[in-house]
Design a protein around this ligand. Structure first.
Ligand code: COI
Length: 349
């Protein structure tokens, strides 16, 4: 079925200087919204950004049926607008929805909604270096009923916000061996709200101890690295790029996938394998150069300055010639259109 999106555009708000505003604080002028009821999506529309009303009995408020994506649009070197890896984000969104028992959205509706919304609010995309439009598609369960059940009604919405670098400086992280982000068979691979809410307390504890973020370990042994904060974790040791393999407890990061693809193309050996904090500790103790970084849509790459393992902080290599910056530049050049987009990652409006 072809979906027609009705558009109620009101261009009134002036684009403000967004560079000094915290990530995700300013919405653009419009948003997309569609309702799911009686087994189908209804009234897809783009409207001026506004609050929504929900019954206090809406299921999302009680049992956590909420799923989101994080994507970015860029102004390219030639002035065209590019939504990066729209189809990979769509595929991951559908996987998350399946895991949370929520209805899929037809691909054409998702693509059209993002295309039309980003085109309408294109003047909000910062053109400066590291500037982008952060796109947040999300779905919530809206049926009004506090019985524990799968909702039969949902809202799918898309909001956007101008964004710059997520982290302004390299991170001090701590290997977490008490709390877990997700266990095997849990919801870690789904981008559902609960994964993030559950991480707040351990992250707050780590921050009170002077760290910026957590390096999560596996739920069984507290030994193997899973993710770093809200990002995938990558390490470059002995000329090999190592990252934990995807599993039911690790998010299939789009930036992770892009970086390891680009690394392999440059001839770098990439190993998607389990890596324990003991292996990292050994490398530090042997005096090896350890490059560590997080990768995610919001952060792109987040260099890790130090890793604390069982109370001892070890310094990582973060100088300008570290491989993570080269990989980041390769990625930015594809998005800008200054190098060839061999994999058709760019969705150009
Ligand atoms: C992203 O990188 O898009 C994320 O989901 C991280 C955070 C902003 C929730």
């Amino acid at each position: 079925m072809e979906h027609t999106i009705s558009i109620n555009a009101q261009k009134e708000r002036k684009v403000t200087d967004t560079k000094s505003v915290p990530f995700g604080k300013i919405p653009t002028e419009h948003m997309f919204i569609a309702e799911y009821r009686d087994g189908a999506w209804h009234e897809p529309q783009i409207v001026p950004f506004r609050d929504i009303t929900l019954s206090p009995m809406a299921l999302c408020l009680h049992y956590g049926q909420t799923v989101f994506e994080g994507m970015k649009a860029f102004v390219m070197e030639d002035g065209k607008i590019n939504i990066f890896r729209i189809h990979k984000h769509y595929d991951r969104f559908m996987k998350s929805l399946t895991r949370m028992c929520m209805p899929h959205i037809p691909r054409d509706l998702f693509v059209k909604a993002l295309h039309q919304l980003v085109a309408l609010d294109a003047d909000w995309i910062p053109k400066e270096e590291h500037g982008s439009l952060y796109i947040r598609p999300f779905m919530i369960a809206t049926e009004n009923r506090i019985g524990v059940k799968i909702s039969e009604e949902y809202l799918f919405m898309v909001v956007c916000s101008p964004a710059f670098q997520y982290y302004s400086k390299p991170l001090k992280v701590k290997v977490e061996t008490t709390y877990v982000r997700s266990a095997e068979g849990g919801t870690g691979a789904a981008k559902c709200g609960g994964n993030y809410g559950g991480a707040f307390y351990p992250t707050q504890q780590a921050q009170q101890e002077g760290y910026d973020q957590i390096l999560w370990t596996d739920a069984k042994n507290h030994e193997f690295i899973e993710e770093s904060g809200t990002m995938n974790a990558l390490f470059y040791i002995d000329n090999v790029l190592v990252t934990p393999p995807l599993s039911s407890s690790i998010l299939d990061g789009v930036t992770r996938d892009s970086l390891i693809t680009l690394a392999r193309e440059k001839g770098i050996i990439v190993e998607e394998r389990a890596i324990s904090y003991k292996e990292l500790e050994r490398a530090f103790k042997e005096g090896k150069k350890v490059i560590a970084f997080g990768a995610g849509t919001a952060a792109v790459i987040a260099p890790i300055e130090s890793i604390c393992i069982n109370g001892t902080a070890y310094n990582c290599y973060i100088e300008k010639d570290a491989i993570m910056y080269e990989l980041q530049n390769d990625l930015l050049n594809i998005r800008k259109g200054t190098t060839e987009d061999k994999h058709k990652w760019n969705f150009i409006l």
